[in-house]
Design a protein around this ligand. Sequence first.
Ligand code: C2O
Length: 541
Amino acid sequence: VPTRLYDFKVQTKRVTKLCNTKDIVTINGKFPGPVVYAQEDDRIIVKVTNKTPFNITIHWHGIRQQLSCWYDGPSYITQCPIQSGQSFTYNFTVAKQKGTFFWHAHVSWLRGTVYGAMVVYPKANVHYPFKNPYQEHIILLGEYWIKDLQEIEHSTLASGGAPPRADAFTINGHPGPNYNCSTNDVYQLDVVPRKTYLLRLINAGLNTENFFAIANHKLTIVEADAEYTKPFTTDTVMLGPGQTLNVLVTADQPVGKYSMAVAPYKSGRIVHYQNVSAIACLNYLGAASNSLYLPAKLPKLDDKLAVKTVMDGLRSLNQVDVFKEIDKNLFITIGLNVQKCHSKTPKKNCQAMNNGVLAASMNNISFVNPNISILEAYYKNKKGSYTEDFPDRPSKFYNFVNGAPNNIPHDTQSLNGTRTKVLEYGSKVQLIFQDTGTVNIENHPMHFHGHSFYVVGYGTGNYNPQTAKFNLVDPPYMSTIGVPVGGWAAIRFVANNPGVWYMHCHIDIHQSWGLGMVFIVYNGKGESESLPSPPADLPQC
Ligand code: C2O
């Protein structure tokens, strides 16, 4: 197999943005980081050398890592972080996968600046299922803070409250003219009139779901999470952190400049996100250099219908055969809650809400990172760092009553724990996510490592097996699903990849608050399908 070699030096770089200069963590001094290119089935080898004082790991988001779990990247799940001065070589194939992916740091909030795109082309002589675009471009959505990101992470978690909003949203690292000192810090995409372009959209942001639109231009979605979809044309798309969409755009408007705009989608009760947007420029060849950008129309902050419209439009390109017999049925509540102050929380931090601190949980368990990697502990049969008792359903199901915080149940505590759920190799799993919460309900982009899943159903309110409608004919095959605010989503997957796999909300603050859990796919007996042995240079904690 062809091999793609990359050298990733983790290093700090001084950048000036928004009238402010600071050092950020980067790969090879680039922000956003270098693009990783490959073809379907290629081997990718990336040597990561850490030249910063911080711990780091890199995750290859959306790559299923079939039989290569040691290279997946989430810290304390499949590996210990690469410490300062150390290196680790990731080595995996993109088996049977192609499309738009991205890579990002997977430790603390470092992925706020440590991220980049990953493009996997079809094999030679294999064509896209649509007319070849004239050109392809990567559009990375991000967030930028003036203050040091690690300081923000630290102070947010110590405060028990919500994080501050990013100071700017960015497109390929550029905030655009809406922000201070950014008149010239604009991403420009030059287009030839009448040509069609493929845009690879990636939301690499930390904490914010985003709408994306281009003034006067339609977007035709042709791929979601690196799987082809039936072409679906829309004015605007929404991507939660961790989601990718390929869209076709034809330069079919009068010669001019059109804004490409990004603005937050906020499904909860957070209001300080009004009127902030990143702007890039779609620049027709021949447009006068001083012409103004035609403004893009974006849905309003909490436009759930716009989100649903995009979701309804996502269908697998071809008919698929989703299994109907289910071996394991899981019902998992996800959401935000309050933890009462306990011995470990300083008293002064317990004022966040109802004299508690904000937390998040799955089935009322707030995930806590262990201090060695779960995969290593599992492989070496070391007991003590995690348990195997993640529940199949919640012990209590708190119903959030919209707009009525007074109805918060008396006992809002979630339990801290490093709990995993063991799945037998080959088992057919249905998982219902139910959004809930005792302080707020929000859309949650739930991401699964090591597998893709069919999104067979979703809806608002509480999941009701009697009335829920499932699509087993052409559901999208994804690795991140935006579970509708106050609603549910049903996914199905076959646990066919031995290893230890993280499932979590891709909004980093939610993950920090504990919105995650871990599946262990037990490798059974089959020799070819057994758990691979760890690489020699695996970092130690
Ligand atoms: Cu892109 Cu565990 O995440």
